[in-house]
Write a protein that binds this ligand. Sequence first.
Ligand SMILES: NC(=O)c1ccc[n+]([C@@H]2O[C@H](COP(=O)([O-])OP(=O)(O)OC[C@H]3O[C@@H](n4cnc5c(N)ncnc54)[C@H](O)[C@@H]3O)[C@@H](O)[C@H]2O)c1
Length: 447
Amino acid sequence: MKAGNLKKGADIAAPKGKLGVLIAGIGGAVSTTFIAGVELVRRGLAAPVGSLTQLGTIRLGKRYERRAPMIKDFVSLAALDDLVFGGWDIYEANCFEAALFARVLRRDHLDSIRDFLKEIIPMKAVFDRRFVKNLDGSHVKDAPGLRGKLEALKADISDFKARNGVDRCVLIWCGSTEIHLKPGPIHQSIASLQKAIDENDPGIAPSMLYGLAALESGVAFINGAPNLTIDIPGMIDLADSTGTPIAGKDFKTGQTLMKTILAPGLKTRLLGLEGWYSTNILGNRDGLVLDDAESFKTKEESKLSVLEHILQPQLYPILYKNYYHKVTINYYPPRGDNKEGWDCIDIFGWLGYPMQIKVDFQCRDSILAAPLILDLVLFMDLAQRAGMSGIQEWLSFYFKSPMFKEGLYPEHDLFIQSMKLKNTLRYLMGEEQITHFGLDYYMNDEQ
Ligand SMILES: NC(=O)c1ccc[n+]([C@@H]2O[C@H](COP(=O)([O-])OP(=O)(O)OC[C@H]3O[C@@H](n4cnc5c(N)ncnc54)[C@H](O)[C@@H]3O)[C@@H](O)[C@H]2O)c1
């Protein structure tokens, strides 16, 4: 991002007109729960619980000023009524049928917005079964080669904009987790990516084509899955050169959310860790996809990295040098989207005496993810209007595996992430940063 491009306060363009929300994997559990949720909120039938943009406040100035506006009143965000939805899936079910299949929302909720959901019909997807072994949909594009598929996605984006009369769009990957890919030479620059597309290189995953289609169209891109997708130098350069914001990866929900709440607390109190055993049972389509070892490896890497960065064993060898960390996910159909995550945490305190913590989080995966998508879409649109391009590290709050600039390290602590997000909003609006340094309140005035 070039500092000169950054706009602040009243210079940030107002969110005029509709905002297009394009979703890769629009027929999935998370996507349909998000879309249906926005419509239920718009009709006054439910509350947007879990959404910072809709319910959050932001403290401004000194504590005695008691200024704490709603975030949505403090920064200019698109209104929910202005969101229009579209996207792609490898299954042709409309969003009503897909939401029924997902078994997340109650039938009465879905019936009350059936007319709306039925009208949202997925466009044909770009799919390659080599990258998601446990799915096999037929609603896919047959454009020739990677270049043909990329151009077809770009045409979909411009058709969607024209059809809905929208100028601004955000594209979000809520598609399945692809197999584990390591960045290679083809991912290192804009030119090498383009060459790889022309040569139909097997190292280009479908999610990368959605990423390229977005960036080449000047559309902000969010990666909700742990796939490599845009987390490669070629894409980051493209985002910078096209002035487009990117953010990822892997929504922080469920067990990892709990981990990034608990681990900072243990570290702050200098309590040691001997082991953290995490297991999950999950029965939705995501669980089915993750039942494949290669897709799970992508997820596992994302989930494992969290503790290492929070606990910083290199700085605290006595406490964290040798802890054992294990994460598993077991596909168990009866639970559907209602994941159960168990954590067995072996810690030690004063003089090395051992203690245990057990967590049993009976969560709802898509219910936790949906508000994150809403916030990300609205904040990414704000970022684009404010001239912020490339990696949006201030949105790390929403991700298990936040993207970060080369040479830095990711910030995983949920509370630091929240402070980073709010301070970015204060900065954009010309308000003082809040560091929580409070001594100034107690210093005597020396005049
Ligand atoms: N629910 C959560 O809490 C959570 C948290 C973090 C990450 N995620 C990730 O979000 C993604 C969506 O999760 P979900 O529970 O909705 O899964 P899901 O299986 O219900 O939905 C994924 C959808 O993507 C579609 N899809 C797969 N490949 C595609 C392609 N190439 N193009 C277009 N569509 C494609 C599938 O057909 C499916 O409808 C997954 O990658 C998951 O790992 C979910």
